[in-house]
Write a protein that binds this ligand. Sequence first.
Ligand code: IPE
Ligand code: IPE
Ligand code: MG
Length: 238
Amino acid sequence: MTKQGDDLHLAIIMDGNGRWATARGLERLVGHKRGVERVDEIVEACPDLGVKHLTLFAFSTENWKRSEREVSGLMTLFRRYIRSESARLLKEGVRVRFIGRRHELDARLQELMQGLEDRTIDNDRLHLTVAINYGGRDEIVRATRKVALMVQSGELPIEDIDEHILSTALDTHELIDPDLVLRTSGEYRTSNFLPWQSVYAEYEFTETAWPDFTVEKLRDTLDAFRGRERRFGAVAIK
Ligand code: IPE
Ligand code: IPE
Ligand code: MG
C-alpha cells in the first residue's frame, strides 16, 4: 500500500515569508520576493525528485485581509513572476495551471495567467498548479453551484450526484489528489488548502520558513514520505 514510486503529487503551503523578513528587520515583501526565488529552485528540482505534480498555495481567499501594500505587492510579484519565468517554464516542460477565484484578480494578471496556461498546455514533464485567491471551501461551494445547475437544467438526475461528479466540478478536475501536503514555518494547520482533495494525503510540517526551504530539505522530506505506509482504509500487506 505504500506509495514508493515516482509521479507524486506534492502540494505545498508556502508559509513563513513575512516572519522570515521581520526577523531580519526587513519588510514582509522582501520575504515574499525570497519566497518566489525558492519557487524557481523547487520547480526545477521536482522532476528529478519523482514529483510529477506540484501544487503551490500562493494566495488564499483570506489573504485579502492583509494591508493594501502587502496585497498589491504580492499581486505585482505574481505578474512579474509570470513575465520573467514564462519562457523558462515553457522550455523546462512545465505545464502551468491556476486554481482559485481568478475573476477577482486584476485584469492584467488574469491575462498573464491565461497566456501562461495556453502556452504551456502541451507540456508534460511537470504539472505546476498555482493556487491564487484560492480557498477550499469556496471551491466546493462553486462546484456545488455547477452541479446544482446541471440538476436544474435536467441534465443530471439528483441520484447521480456522487464523489466523481463533485470532483469534476472542482478547479482541480484535471489533477490527481495530492500524495503529500507540506507546510513550512512551524504552523500546524491547513488554512483552507485542498480540503476535498487531501482526505488521504500524508502531511509533513517543518519549522523551516519557506524562504529557507532548500532543495536538499525537499529531498529529505520526500525520503521520509516514501518510508510511510499508506493504507487508504485497508489492512497492511505483510
Ligand atoms: C506565506 O507567507 C505567503 C502568503 C500567505 C502570501 P506569510 O506571508 O503568511 O508569512 P508569515 O506566516 O506571516 O510569516
Ligand atoms: C496560508 O498561509 C496561505 C498561503 C500560504 C498562501 P497563511 O499565512 O495565510 O495562513 P494562516 O493565516 O497562518 O492560517
Ligand atoms: Mg503565514
